[in-house]
Design a protein around this ligand. Structure first.
Ligand code: ZN
Length: 441
């Protein structure tokens, strides 16, 4: 029910589609590795690129060097809730010795722009900048107010970025009702010609925990039935070998059903294994969001072979689907021996919003307009993003970047991976999609 006047969208200019590539390359050349570097220089550069087009912005430092940038762009209908578009400026570190190109060079080769952050997520940051500059240059107004956020510290949980801003500067997001960020809106090949575009409307929650076993210290040669190392190891083994039951949450079910429809095969919820077997690579892609998970990742105990320590500690990376947090906690508690306690290292919410409304319609329409063989579907992100912070402000959060990928590219492996790269055509596609979306949402 958009109240914005119906006008034909102004398409992204060739200039905007060309400059997104240069903008992304320049962004990659800022080493914003988290935790070893900072975002200040890249944030100042973002401010300057916006200012060139006449867009005011504010640079905010949460701590020395930890800088984010916020800009507000007035839309045609100020009476509607604003849309937050967020991207992060930091990246995970890269070991140059493993790469075919220096990871902070922003080199173009074989139709790709290479470098750390090329898909996570300086690509989308460049798309945001190119689209905003295009709107300013052409006097095009978005359908409603936009808040653009270029954020610090996402890769370490957003303590100095999204979470800090939500806590200390919530007025920056006044009037924002919905948000789009990373985590969805990329293409996933169904076959040679057709693609899914998973649009994130859910995220699993995080339950990172430290386990501590308390036992009876003693000599390594003596009998001991309260050995902390033994108890912790047994508890960890139980957790690591636990098969969590499949829980089909709505976005996952919807994606699998759409994939089955496109493949022309049956999807039967009472025969999940058989149904997944018919869905090939889509089933592999979705394995991680079919259920809760908990993986032991760290273990520490003892200081000498002949001394039984009184204590042993371990870490477990737990993740839960929306609506299934208590089930994960209950399962862990059932698997722990009585001598083992747990406490949270990082505990954050799962999220889910419905896949409906004008913004969802506009995202789907923008994809279909630019890729007639594209099929937008709901999606649950297995991990977490800055969206978790914005949910605390009552904002409906989605993951949508608008990235069309060649079918021979293993997108998932590039995330935080070696030889991260983005297709140049994908960047251009992103600007076209975003330009449509901002005028129609
Ligand atoms: Zn990211």
């Amino acid at each position: 029910m958009s109240t914005a006047p119906e006008t034909a969208p102004v398409p992204a200019s060739e200039e905007a589609q060309d400059e997104v590539i240069a903008l992304c390359a320049e962004l990659i050349r800022f080493d914003t590795s988290n935790p070893t570097s900072d975002e200040r220089a890249s944030a100042e550069w973002v401010v300057a690129r916006l200012a060139e087009a006449g867009i005011d912005s504010e640079l905010i430092e949460s701590a020395p060097g930890r800088a984010s940038v916020i800009a507000r762009i007035a839309g045609r209908d100020a009476g509607r809730g604003a849309l937050l578009v967020h991207g992060h400026l930091d990246v995970v570190p890269a070991d140059a010795s493993e790469w075919q190109v220096p990871p902070f060079s922003g080199e173009i080769r074989d139709g790709y722009l290479w470098g750390r952050g090329a898909i996570d997520m300086k690509d989308t940051v460049a798309v945001m900048l190119a689209a905003a500059r295009h709107f300013a240059r052409t006097g095009t107004k978005p359908s409603r107010d936009l808040v653009l956020a270029f954020l610090a510290d996402e890769e370490a949980g957003g303590k100095f970025g999204a979470h800090w801003l939500v806590e200390h500067r919530p007025e920056l997001f006044a009037g924002v009702t919905e948000a789009i960020g990373e985590g969805g809106g990329f293409s996933f090949a169904i076959d040679d010609t057709r693609r899914l575009y998973p649009i994130e409307n859910a995220q699993r929650g995080m339950a990172w925990m430290e386990l501590t076993a308390t036992g009876r210290a003693g000599h390594g040669s003596s009998p001991n039935d309260e050995n902390a190392v033994t108890d912790l190891a047994e508890s960890l083994t139980r957790i690591g070998r636990e098969t969590f039951p499949i829980r089909l949450i709505e976005p996952v079910r919807a994606l699998l059903e759409e994939a089955a429809r496109l493949y022309g095969v049956e999807f039967d919820e009472d025969d999940i294994d058989g149904s997944l077997a018919r869905l090939g690579p889509v089933a592999d892609f979705m394995q991680v969001v079919l259920r809760n998970s908990a993986n032991p990742t760290m273990f520490a105990a003892g200081y000498q072979t002949n001394v039984i320590p009184g204590k042993a500690t371990a870490r477990v990376d737990g993740r839960f689907l929306p609506g299934h947090e208590q089930e994960l906690i209950d399962t862990i508690d059932r698997l722990l021996l009585p001598s083992v306690g747990r406490e949270w290292v990082n505990h954050d919410i799962a999220m889910e919003t419905t896949f409906d409304g004008p913004l969802v319609d506009a995202m789907c329409a923008a994809v279909r307009a630019e890729d007639p063989d594209g099929h937008p579907v709901p999606y649950c992100n297995p991990g977490g993003t800055d969206a978790k912070a914005f949910t605390h402000l009552g904002i409906r959060c989605f993951g949508f970047k608008g990235l069309k990928l060649p079918h021979d590219l293993d997108y998932g492996r590039l995330f935080h991976g070696v030889d991260e790269r983005v297709p140049l055509e994908g960047l251009r596609f992103g600007v076209r999609v975003m330009t449509r979306l901002w005028q129609s949402c």
